[in-house]
Design a binder for this molecule. Structure first.
Ligand code: FE2
Length: 301
């Protein structure tokens, strides 16, 4: 696998816990991904009780759909999507918080975008030479109602022993202070994991309604947003690599422009992946290495 990042970029990643790589993806690939995401929303028929996404733990909806979404393509509404009478405040296309969490293996456009030698190379350059693509999200951060994502460490939600989860965050649209860009705590990855999010009721991708809980590992507080964080304003096409222990956050979007982003979270194939992780894939749907040739096993299922 050829080098993708420079020595300076690799050093910067290990120093800060994140790395901004401008111009990683071209406009055509972004347009294809965005069109696929919008097609999924267009075809989505909301259930009678829609699933809302929030990372604010008191309000987290850990319902069956969420727990099953590790091997599906699910649509999650913004918390503020609905008016008091239950109708949508904005058009459906402007009401979805995110898609998750297996588009990278189920949707050809996402698969092509994800399994590239460039991304596999970049991730290998920062030390993850046996990366498995575990989870994907398409985040809309909708105009006016785009929700806050509370300060967190990704290893809380995708745990391996040792911690190997690495976030690959792509700006599909420009991310600015106004529309809710990422914020990160430079160097904050050289710290402890504060808590883990566990599926209750045993393993299995579906069929348990026991819900989830947080186990606190270290009561040291995470940095306070936004005071202890720095904004990561980036143009469309930028890749941001995020260490699994790096505290990061994003604000609400009250602006009139959306802030679409696509994330892929990878883990080392050699690390232990406990069966209490919320995300469990069925036996017939194994994870694939990031450097797998795209589309080889990629016919639509
Ligand atoms: Fe995150």
């Amino acid at each position: 696998m050829g080098r993708v990042l420079t020595d300076e970029q690799v050093d910067s990643y290990h120093r800060d816990g994140f790395l901004v790589v401008p111009g990683f993806v071209g406009p055509q690939a972004l347009a294809e991904l965005k069109a696929a995401a919008e097609r999924i929303v267009d075809e989505f028929v909301p259930p009678a009780r829609p699933t809302v996404f929030t990372t604010n733990e008191q309000e987290r909806v850990s319902d069956r759909e969420f727990l099953a979404s590790g091997s599906r393509v699910s649509c999650f509404f913004e918390e503020e999507a609905f008016l008091a009478d239950g109708s949508l405040r904005q058009a459906k296309l402007l009401s979805i918080n995110k898609l998750g969490h297996a588009m990278h293996d189920l949707v050809p456009e996402f698969q092509r975008f994800t399994y590239t030698s460039d991304l596999a190379g970049a991730v290998a350059d920062i030390g993850l030479t046996d990366a498995l693509a575990l989870q994907s999200m398409y985040i809309f951060k909708q105009p006016h109602i785009g929700g806050e994502v509370g300060c967190h460490q990704d290893a809380t939600f995708l745990y391996t022993a040792p911690v190997t989860v690495t976030g690959c965050w792509f700006a599909v649209e420009d991310a600015t202070l106004e529309n809710g860009c990422l914020w990160a705590a430079p160097g904050g990855h050289r710290t402890s994991l504060r808590k883990v999010f566990k599926r209750l009721g045993g393993p299995g991708p579906e069929g348990d309604d026991a819900g989830t809980e947080f186990d606190v590992l270290d009561t040291a507080p995470l940095p306070t947003a936004p005071d202890d964080l720095v904004p990561v304003e980036v143009p469309a096409g930028t890749l941001v690599l995020l260490h699994g222990l790096l505290p990061h956050w994003s604000d609400v979007n009250r602006s009139s422009t959306s802030r679409h982003a696509y994330t892929v979270h990878c883990v080392s194939a050699a690390a232990d992946y406990p069966e209490w992780n919320w995300l469990q894939r069925p036996a017939g749907m194994p994870l694939h290495r990031l450097d797998s040739p795209a589309n080889e096993e990629a016919s639509p299922r």
